[in-house]
Design a protein around this ligand. Sequence first.
Ligand code: ADP
Length: 391
Amino acid sequence: MSIGTKRGRGRLLHIGYAGDAGAGTRAASTAHYKKMYDRASALARIGVWECDLATEALTWTDGVYDLFELPRGAPVGRDAALDLYEEESRREMEALRAHAISEGSSFSLDVRVRTAKGNERWIRLTADVERENGRSVRLFGTKQDVTAERAAQDKVQALQAEIIHMSRRSAMGAMAATLGHELNQPLAAISNYVAGTRRALAKPALDTGMLESGLAAIEQSAVRASKIIRSLRDMTSGGAVRRQQLNPNPLIHEAASLAMLGIDEPIVSRFDLAEDINVAVDPIQIQQVLINLIKNAYEAVRASARREVIVSTYVAEGEARIRVDDSGPGIAPEMRDTLFESFVSSKPDGMGVGLSISRTIVEAHGGSLSAANRKAGGASFCVALPLAEDA
Ligand code: ADP
């Protein structure tokens, strides 16, 4: 084995190996190690370097020359080598190097370089200090081409940024859809009551009582619309949820009559409600959930011979349960896995957001919303909420 020994301040030394012809086992094993080293360093795109701190002479293995696309063995001074570093990388490296020399410590850094042939590369630099009599005398370490790794990282970062951007956009889309969906119901109610009031006005004998109640219902729906907006705003801005301790029965009755608006078929609604259950909820939000579930049930039974919707409340496993059962066709098998996802609907004019909003609301109350098909036929949706004393 021979080693090039061209030394001098700021000059580069090249280790050139040559097989030692006629040498014994030691030389043979050295040649073997050298072959192993060359193969491994080419495979890992890594080279070894050393810098004598007294003379600033550099010693590079072939791997380092290859990284910088310089002819192997060519003399290169430290300044010339540093010229290949991108400005910021060079500053960072010099700072770490100075610190390592004064402290006798090691460092590692990814630096950006432009090779002698003008190609951009990322090089992972590791360095350690060799000390003699308490003084740092030599720096040594590795240089590895990590361009592909950095490109992959950049790609992942770009994709992550894209995902964040997309999810923000889809959150905004979902928010708009939610608002549209929730407001649809009071607005439909307002237009129904306006039509009724108009009919009352057209009659020859003016029924002021009817007009009065029509106007009161319009006012109620308008207030409801503004409450929906406020409650949704609170929910999205993380504002305090307006929770009240209450028995849910009045909410359920009101939700059933609001859900009925716009549905003309006669539907039997049965209520089996416990009187002594209390929950701590935002009434507007929970009523919205109930309207969604009961409206879905009404729509499901529309085409059935037996049109029945049963709403029941009870306590099970220490929770308040509100269940909406219907006698419709049940949840279609293809809908089962995606039922609670946004924008999934089997209805020609469905938005497919009702159940996803409902689940979000119930979960924000510390509860859960589940769905199943009934043995007797039809679907069953169950809202489970903590009892008021546990909430
Ligand atoms: P939409 O009613 O706009 O479709 P939802 O999120 O409320 O949106 O419901 C999603 C889907 O879940 C419905 O399209 C329907 O396929 C199914 N679904 C909901 N409620 C019932 C029910 N009571 N019976 C059968 N399927 C139901």
